[in-house]
Design a protein around this ligand. Structure first.
Ligand code: HEC
Length: 245
């Protein structure tokens, strides 16, 4: 076992060294920091709705079941059934895309990846910025490009909300890419940014659905230990008082 580990060590070290670089590769744009919040149930509910309406046609989230999403996000089962199930699925089913992998490959050249764990792979900053950074590109096969993920095969699924934007020529300092709106969507820029935040929150939740519960248990465990330590300390003082006298 140790010999195997020793033989693998250089490979592991190399992976560790390349990992972060590979993560950053391919995005020439600066990221606006975004920290997902899992506390806001309404935001997560809005994110789930966006996901079901705009993403599930192409992407699956096989590790999630509709019922789990409904229960975790406090969406009543009846409401979930009405708003999340469109093609005869059952509430206990995993969230599987409508499109088959073969069709997707034929249409996009690459099958849309499962999104259950995408937030762990990409991080919240990356996702938030990705959904803001689609722009029209007449040279791209599907007419879209993305500043964060250049030459992505994904079309801008949320363009009815954001509207259409095109890239402005780069500035002299080589700063981040800038865009110009050419057609308004159904949302203002601020509303769209909030929607993208909701969607990112939901993707982060999917990557680790038990995180809120874990944080809650952690806080209670800490409080318990603190109370117990105080009690133990006072007890000790009480016992030792007689001995000291
Ligand atoms: C019309 C089909 C389609 C729709 C709808 C769609 N996507 Fe995609 N998506 C793709 C394809 C194809 C790729 C692969 C792109 C590539 O690797 O070049 C992709 C890639 C992605 C990636 C990058 C994954 C990775 O790590 O490489 C994310 C994140 C993503 N999609 C999120 C979403 C979200 C969220 C929605 C809903 C708002 C959505 N997509 C809607 C087709 C789609």
């Amino acid at each position: 076992m140790t010999r195997v580990l020793r033989a693998l060590a250089p490979v592991l070290l190399l992976a560790l060294a390349i990992g972060p670089a590979a993560h950053a590769a391919g995005s020439g744009a600066a990221l606006t920091p975004y920290k997902a919040s899992l506390r806001d149930k309404h935001s997560l509910q809005r994110g789930a709705r966006l996901f079901v309406n705009y993403c599930l046609s192409c992407h699956s989230a096989r590790f999630m079941r509709y019922s789990r999403v409904a229960d975790d996000l406090e969406i009543p089962r009846e409401v979930a059934k009405r708003n999340m199930l469109f093609t005869g699925e059952k509430i206990g089913d995993p969230m599987v895309a409508v499109m088959t992998k073969e069709d997707a490959e034929a249409w996009f050249g690459i099958a849309p990846p499962d999104l259950s764990l995408v937030a762990r792979l990409r991080g919240d900053d990356w996702l938030y910025n990705y959904f803001l950074a689609f722009y029209l590109d007449p040279d791209a096969p599907n007419g879209w490009n993305n500043a964060i993920y250049p030459n992505t095969a994904m079309p801008h699924a949320l363009h009815p909300l954001q509207g259409l934007q095109r890239a402005l020529p780069p500035d002299e300092e080589g700063g981040p890419m800038r865009f110009e709106k050419v057609r308004a969507g159904s949302m203002s820029d601020a509303e769209y940014a909030r929607a993208v935040g909701d969607l990112t929150n939901f993707l982060v939740y999917m990557g680790e659905p038990s995180r809120p519960a874990r944080i809650r248990y952690g806080v209670w465990t800490f409080l318990f230990l603190l109370a117990f330590a105080t009690l133990a300390y006072r007890l000790k003082k009480e016992y030792w008082r007689d001995i000291h006298e």
